[in-house]
Design a protein around this ligand. Structure first.
Ligand SMILES: Cc1cc2nc3c(=O)[nH]c(=O)nc-3n(C[C@H](O)[C@H](O)[C@H](O)COP(=O)(O)OP(=O)(O)OC[C@H]3O[C@@H](n4cnc5c(N)ncnc54)[C@H](O)[C@@H]3O)c2cc1C
Length: 162
């Protein structure tokens, strides 16, 4: 079940998926805090190897999301780009064009210094398009969260044909 409507297209081309990953910049990470949902917007880096998507997040050393993830590492995430509202002749023909990715996975708080440095490199690459290098000491001031995706889908809603 992919939830596709007549107005949307499922995106399966990896080049198109990479374009969304490079453009969205912000991922909304849904977590489970006891019996309550908790959602945090975050910048991300990513790796995509043989169709396997991994998201790399950075944050302060303390905070609610880290506490939540230590207790329950299941996450659901969403990111979008290309937001373009359009008008119609009647209210229900107004809408918005977009591309988006949604998926589920598990989160791990990374401790290994080399992996943390690699994660920061992925993050800066996705956010700026540039390659940065990190020293060991830079990794001590941040926490790194790795999200291994179990499955994800991508969609595009085009502008209506005029
Ligand atoms: C576009 C965008 C990008 C961001 N990128 C990152 C990122 O890459 N890394 C990162 O660590 N953080 C990022 N943030 C901030 C992030 O969304 C959280 O505010 C921050 O990570 C703290 O989360 P926490 O769970 O540790 O909350 P805590 O700091 O423990 O806060 C406790 C409570 O304060 C309230 N609160 C916290 N943050 C916010 C907020 N932003 N707005 C309103 N109420 C809030 C909530 O009720 C929360 O449960 C980004 C925010 C935005 C909007």
């Amino acid at each position: 079940m992919n939830g596709i409507t007549a107005r949307e297209k499922l995106v399966t081309d990896m080049n198109e998926i990479v374009k969304i990953l490079d453009s969205a910049k912000v991922v909304h990470v849904g977590m489970i805090d006891g019996d309550e949902p908790y959602v945090v917007p975050m910048n991300y880096g990513y790796t995509l190897e043989n169709g396997k998507l991994t998201l790399w997040l950075h944050c302060a050393k303390r905070g609610r999301k880290l506490d939540v993830l230590r207790a329950n590492n299941k996450v659901f995430f969403e990111m979008e780009c290309g937001i373009q509202p359009f008008e119609g002749d009647i209210a229900c023909r107004y809408g918005i064009s977009y591309s988006s990715i949604m998926g589920r996975g598990t989160a791990e708080i990374v401790e290994d210094v080399e992996t943390k440095k690699a994660a920061l490199t992925y993050l800066m690459k996705a956010q700026t398009g540039m390659d940065f290098e990190f020293e060991d000491k830079m990794t001590t001031i941040v926490s790194i969260i790795k999200i291994d995706t179990i499955e994800f889908t991508a969609k595009h809603r085009p502008l209506p044909k005029s």
